[in-house]
Design a protein around this ligand. Structure first.
Ligand code: BGP
Length: 473
């Protein structure tokens, strides 16, 4: 007999600022690096997105109707500090006060991400953004400001969204000048700046508001061996180490895994740590571990002579088209998992992987956990009856909730689940062709239409899940 979900379990949904807000240059907001990078993508434009900036009251009403207990959203750093630091932008500060107040009035717990890829462009221009260590102090100052300003209404703050994806897709999630894009050591150095930014932010926030709860959120993709050959099993272990633990250990243990450091040293990629970094990393140990889960990966052995391949080459893939898998010579090569079906965008669907990941991470770190993102990107269709019949999404989410319950029954201390996403938004890799929302937003990449909100079948399904505290699904 299952224990089920606790009575205070936070049933939530998530978004991020640049993917939903729009108003990219309104009310004093400065440009972010995503505003600039998105313009260079085939679909990109952050100026309207889902127009949440202007329609947030309507959107929160829909959240209330859905029965959400929590809403995870991100604050746009350049909306608060258009220049990255200095004087805050009063209209930006006011916007998030209004959003948070509106949520609280509806009984919805705000979960705030401080950084979801949208670094102020001014800091890129000033010193190269995340490539320069100065960004850590600027981020910590911004984080402390958020804690001071909103910390009496917000209990959960997430520092950085998906540091491991930021590393892996570094030219998509950061502005990296072309001549530096092949500098692997710099890439690890940049990653260390994120690690230190998280740690420093935790220290500063705790000084201002010791009562708030802090954590980072990696994207966790457990790696399975392609076969039971020892070499493939070792490759899977390497993939778990260098794709997951290397980024999570600093948040949860305050140190990098030694094997990972050895690998980087051997490969001539070891980044520079400054005196005091190790101590500071300990101060960044998180109160909880938030995890974004979409899929697992499969790994095979690969020798040092294979050619390095980056995952970011796959960004615009559609079903059947995934030809390039991440390959790290001498460590692991990812490959197709023949056991799993895939989404419209070639992402393997693996609810069991969620049980695997949660139980593994809980044993490793032993801190309360939250799923901060989990969902299905699909080509939804608005039918003539004005509905969106997304039975495939319901099936996907149901399978993952079944997995969640299994993990909880196995003892994982899970306090929140946020589906990605609350409403359709600009997918980071496929624009509005790939939709994740419980609510359809009536627009296409190039045709803004009327941006009307339409509740999908999955909206009504999730409404019932929440109302029954997860029993009916
Ligand atoms: C996560 C990000 C989100 C979101 C999601 C889906 O990595 O935190 O911002 O977009 O993935 O990815 P995509 O939009 O590329 O399909």
């Amino acid at each position: 007999m299952s224990k089920g979900f606790g009575k205070d379990f936070l049933w939530g949904a998530a978004t991020s600022a640049y993917q939903v807000e729009g108003a990219a240059q309104e009310d004093g907001k400065g440009l972010s690096q995503q505003d600039v990078l998105s313009r260079q993508s085939p679909f990109g434009d952050t100026s309207m997105a889902s127009d949440h900036y202007h329609r947030f009251r309507e959107d929160v009403k829909l959240m209330q109707e859905l029965g959400l207990k929590a809403y995870r959203f991100s604050i746009s750093w350049p909306r608060i500090f258009p220049d990255g630091r200095g004087e805050p932008n009063p209209q930006g500060v006011k916007f998030y006060h209004e959003l948070i107040d509106c949520l609280c009035e509806c009984g919805i717990t705000p979960i705030v991400t401080m950084y979801h890829y949208d670094l102020p462009w001014a800091l890129v221009q000033e010193y190269g953004g995340w490539l320069d260590r100065r960004v850590c102090a600027d981020f910590a100052r911004y984080a402390a400001f958020l804690a001071r300003e909103y910390g009496d209404k917000v209990k959960y703050f997430i520092t950085v969204n998906e540091q491991n994806i930021i590393y892996r897709m570094w030219t998509r999630k950061n502005y990296i000048p072309e001549q530096l894009q092949h500098d692997e050591k710099l890439r690890w150095q940049m990653n260390h700046h994120y690690t230190m930014a998280h740690a420093l932010a935790c220290r500063e926030v705790r000084q201002v508001r010791p009562e708030v709860k802090l954590g980072g959120v990696p994207a966790v993709e457990p790696a399975y061996p392609l076969t039971c050959s020892p070499a493939d099993c070792m490759a899977a272990a390497n993939a778990n180490l260098m794709r997951n633990y290397f980024f999570i250990d600093p948040y949860m243990k305050g140190s990098y895994p030694v094997q990972g450091l050895s690998y980087l040293e051997d490969a001539g990629l070891l980044f520079q740590m400054e005196p005091g970094d190790e101590g500071l990393m300990k101060e960044g140990i998180s109160d909880f571990l938030a995890v974004n889960y979409y899929r697992s990966v499969c790994a095979r052995a690969c020798d040092k002579k294979e050619i390095r391949q980056d995952q970011e080459l796959n960004l615009y893939g559609v079903k059947g088209s995934q030809k390039v898998f991440e390959t790290v010579p001498g460590m692991y090569a990812l490959c197709k998992n023949p056991e799993l079906k895939t989404t419209d965008w070639d992402w393997p669907m693996d609810p069991d992987g969620l049980v695997y990941a949660l139980t593994d991470l809980y044993e490793r770190y032993g801190k309360p956990m939250m799923i901060a993102e989990n969902g299905l990107g699909a080509r939804d269709v608005l039918t003539e009856d004005g509905a969106v019949h997304d039975a495939y999404r319901i099936e996907f989410l149901r399978d993952h909730l079944n997995a969640l319950e299994r993990a909880v029954d196995l003892g994982v201390d899970l306090f929140a689940y946020c589906t990605w996403s609350f409403l359709d938004l600009m997918s980071t890799s496929n624009g509005y062709a790939k939709r994740y929302g419980l609510i359809y937003v009536n627009r296409e990449d190039k045709d803004l239409k009327d941006l009307a909100r339409v509740k999908k079948d999955s909206f009504y399904w999730y409404q019932n899940v929440i109302a029954s505290n997860g029993r009916e699904r």
